[in-house]
Design a protein around this ligand. Structure first.
Ligand code: LLP
Length: 421
């Protein structure tokens, strides 16, 4: 069930109209639904319930302390990519034994910190990193559990900036070197070689790349077993896409242009993947980020003014690319709707921010509900890779974040002040 929907003419987050929140807390404002986050997490747990598994939420999608706490309390693990994320995960209550650490450039101090905190495993991305972890573990007289991130050279068919599983990407160990790198890892002191890791990209909207990756992984596990290397873990990564178009429906809204296929649900993504992974008998980890938080969040922004020239009509809003970078960086599509439906009329506009950059836009030549200065708009599906990618560019304070649980509202990050700039 979607938690951010219209009730009559008002867009609500759970029981609360977004308009009320905008009026009370100001804009730009990130608003999240607690129950949507919990439902999304549970759908992955249910899916994997028949197998020995761990769902590690990928912190990079949204690392707000209160959101992390919700997931930690539900028993989630954490996928982290820096010492800072380890710190945030621990602070929010994630058990160290459920933290996996990825990243192509782990510094030695980060490796040592992770070892001292006894995290579950390092997802290792190169031979040089294997050596660095082995050295650090020897120094600290510890054993480091590791998996090797293998780059299977499978096209995730996503945006090139978030495709990671091709040979041209910096991520992982190339497939042709996988076997020998596993042998090398098995020979190094102070390492416990536990498994294999893959993560082929993000916002993947087709099941096939995952199915192909699962087959590749299962074959490699078998091949390694025949050679006496017995892997016990498969970390299958994240990347499960979400639906950005048609995020919310009201009969007054224009029909959304379809920018993507209907995106498979987690069940559909794993339909063919799960039996293949299960056949290995391995412990299965996954690292969803976007699919846990994206549709649980919206960015509410106020129309400052409407400006027209002979070519275009611009809706100038008070959120900018510093508050939501995805449209500028990936030409990402987010549905944009009024928080209060006051008209059935539509118009074609550019929706842009106040930042001094031509790339400061949320939508171009988009048909939306007719909008006036002072109206509030909701940029949908911004709970993942929204706030985490904010900046203070143009000396703009970062927006506030609000968590809604039923009819309860909590500020989970106050708006930044000028003094904090
Ligand atoms: N595991 C690893 C190793 C990753 O690198 C990532 C994301 C994830 C898991 C989680 O992927 P997800 O389930 O969220 O797709 N800023 C971009 C997305 C970058 C993703 C980076 N890695 C965006 O806004 O689309």
């Amino acid at each position: 069930m979607n938690q951010i929907v219209y009730k009559e003419n008002l867009l609500n987050c759970e029981e609360i109209p977004l308009k009320e929140l905008a009026e009370e807390y100001g804009t730009p404002l990130y608003v999240y639904s607690k129950n949507q986050i919990v439902d999304n997490y549970r759908s992955f747990c249910d899916l994997l319930s028949g197998t020995n598994h761990l769902v590690c939420y990928s912190l990079k999608a949204n690392a707000n302390h209160s959101i992390l706490k919700i997931l930690a309390e539900k028993g989630a693990g954490a996928d982290v990519v820096s010492a800072g994320e380890i710190f945030l995960a621990l602070k929010a209550g994630f058990t160290p034994a459920k933290i996996v650490f990825a990243g192509v450039g782990k510094r030695e101090d980060e490796i040592e910190y992770a070892l001292k905190e006894n995290i579950f495993s390092f997802n290792v991305e190169s031979t040089a990193e294997l050596q660095a972890i082995s050295r650090a573990a020897l120094r600290l007289e510890k054993k480091a559990r590791i998996t090797l991130r293998i780059n299977p050279d499978i096209d995730a068919q996503s945006h090139p900036y978030i495709t990671t599983g091709l040979q041209s990407a910096k991520f992982g160990i190339e497939a042709s070197k996988a076997f020998e790198t596993f042998q090398y890892a098995a020979s190094l002191p102070s390492l416990e070689l536990a498994g294999i890791h893959t993560h082929i990209g993000s916002q993947i909207t087709k099941a096939e790349p995952f199915t192909a990756t699962a087959k590749y992984v299962a074959e490699l596990v078998e091949k390694l077993r025949s050679a006496g290397i017995n892997l016990t873990h498969i970390d299958f990564g994240g990347g499960y896409g979400v639906q950005y178009a048609d995020a919310v429906y009201h009969e007054a809204l224009p029909r959304e242009e379809k920018t993507e296929l209907p995106v498979p649900s987690p069940i559909d993504f794993f339909g063919e993947v799960l039996p293949v992974l299960k056949s290995t008998g391995c412990f299965i980890l996954i690292e969803p980020g976007r699919s846990i938080t994206a549709n649980a969040g919206v960015l509410v922004t106020r129309v400052i003014l409407v400006k027209e020239n002979s070519a275009k009509k611009f809706i100038i809003v008070d959120a900018g690319m510093n508050d939501l970078l995805r449209p500028s960086l990936y030409q990402a599509y987010h549905q944009i709707v009024p928080v209060s439906i006051d008209t059935y009329e539509h118009e074609k506009v550019d929706i842009v921010g106040p930042v001094c950059e031509s790339t400061d836009f949320f939508a171009k030549d988009r048909i939306i509900s007719k909008t006036n200065a002072g109206d509030y708009l909701a940029v949908m599906t911004t709970g993942a890779y929204g706030f985490v990618l904010t900046s203070n560019y143009n000396a703009r304070p970062r927006p506030a974040e609000i968590l809604v649980n039923g009819d309860r509202v909590r500020i989970i990050r106050p708006r930044q002040t000028f003094e904090e700039l």
